[in-house]
Design a protein around this ligand. Sequence first.
Ligand SMILES: [Zn+2]
Length: 338
Amino acid sequence: MKKANIYLLLVSLFFILSCKDNDLKIITVTGEIPASKMGITLTHEHVLVDFAMIDSITPNRYNKDSVISKVLPFFEELKPYKVATFVDCTPEYLGRDPQLLAELSRKTGINILTNTGWYAADNNRHIPKEINNMSPEEIATIWIDEAKNVIGNTGIKPGFIKIGMSNVELSETDKKLVAAACLTHLETGLTIVSHTGPGEAALAQLKILNIYGVDPSAFIWAHAMGEPSNTKLVNIAQSGAWLSFDEVREDMESQIRVNYLIQLMKSMRQLNRVLISHDAGWYQPDKPNGGIIHPYTAIFESLTLLLLSEGSTREDIDQLLIKNPAEAFAVRIRKIVK
Ligand SMILES: [Zn+2]
């Protein structure tokens, strides 16, 4: 091939690739935004969680205005840290309320993502009993409908898939949820966030992804910081899945743990597979005035300083809070390339 032709080929390839990148979008409760506008993002938080039994759970159990006035100051605390996006990980039957999130987003100017999917952790207390007679395809049909159309009559679309399981060895229900999440991903391009116990359970889920041909980069292992084996953590990161170190709390113990894990991942060149967040908030309707709200600021108030003092750079922190979230949540179908 002539030099000029090679040059033309490279230029058009670059153009195609950069166009593709510009097209990537994030789906928030108030509409789509380009992934490049996601900004500083908290990838695993909760506005409200309702632990009521599935039969009695309903938005009538709380007053939306009271929730908003209670949670609003905690969102205001994020402004000085320029947090632009907040991923709400409360699934259906555990208090998901897209309209509440949309109102909060409009009031604060912070983008919020909600989800589709079901949660089998907590002994299946928050999952419809009909699941026993449903196939993964039937479950996926419900989730895909929410993604392609909207959630109920809210006019709001989910920005990711949330599933949850706490068993070391996956139950039949757990396996169905993962399979349904794969089918939904292949149809919608939404990322799968899985509340998972230990690494064994994450590996078992990744095997199911493999069967369905879904690339591990479409999978976020939530609560990965509970896994004690560095080898398992590194291996799963190297497979391409995301590790979510999402229990950064005010206490130094959790921050020392996350700092350790981040330095480990950096030394293994896996920082591009890591997400961090607080798993905080938690207005609980069954507690007086919603109970204690946990703030969303420990990362900015102290973890960042700890990371910088332990060898992380500003670029590392931007990667964790800006680059990785946009990459993880940008909507696109991720199939295994064979
Ligand atoms: Zn959570």
